[in-house]
Design a protein around this ligand. Structure first.
Ligand SMILES: [Fe+2]
Length: 193
């Protein structure tokens, strides 16, 4: 039942100058690794509880599991849907078709998604998710796990925790979000559909 830290599909410096090598190393090796460790610790406690070997506060452990497991899942998606920067970086194919169906145009979607990312209160994520009838929604996630809608599949995620940008952009989350569009791997997002 354990989860593992996935390898990045590119080198740590591959997203420069949009995201620095230093941020990518720390983010992957320290922050994501900590969520993997936290998720596994919660799973281990639950396993021992199930065998009658450990008494736990079930609510607390399940809260830890939700926080760390979502942290692990969202970071895994975040790494996957990025690639080296391109100035003119736009989606095509099925993903574009469904974005236009749900939001009117790619520009409208980009405006909504960017606003969601910039307005996350404290730390969290903006997500593009697909619901079972193929409609798309933009979500605004606090921490890793609050304000989710169950059953909606995340296709695109931007991490707006400070650890994702502060070393390079300081408190200017807006510039980080605006630059981030250059590193979205739309081919991968199309595959995830
Ligand atoms: Fe992160």
């Amino acid at each position: 039942m354990k989860v593992e830290l996935p390898k990045l599909p590119y080198e740590y410096n591959a997203l420069e100058p949009v995201i620095s090598e230093e941020i990518m190393r720390l983010h992957h090796q320290k922050h994501h690794a900590a969520y993997v460790k936290g998720a596994n610790a919660a799973l281990e406690k639950l396993e021992k509880y199930n065998k009658g070997e450990l008494e736990i506060n079930v609510r607390e452990v399940l809260r830890d599991l939700s926080f760390h497991m979502n942290g692990h899942v969202l970071h895994s998606l975040f790494w996957e849907i990025m690639r080296p920067p391109e100035d003119e970086n736009k989606p095509d194919g099925k993903i574009l078709e469904l974005i236009e169906k749900s939001f009117g145009s790619f520009e409208s979607f980009k405006k909504l998604f960017s606003a969601s990312a910039k307005q996350v209160e404290g730390v969290g994520w903006a997500l593009l998710v697909k619901c079972p009838n193929d409609n798309f929604y933009v979500l605004n996630i606090e921490k890793h796990n609050l304000m989710h809608i169950a059953g909606f599949k995340p296709l695109l995620a931007i991490d707006v925790w400070e650890h994702a940008y502060y070393l390079q952009y300081k408190n200017d989350r807006g510039s980080y979000v605006d630059n981030w569009w250059k590193v979205v791997n739309w081919d991968k997002v199309n595959q995830l559909l």
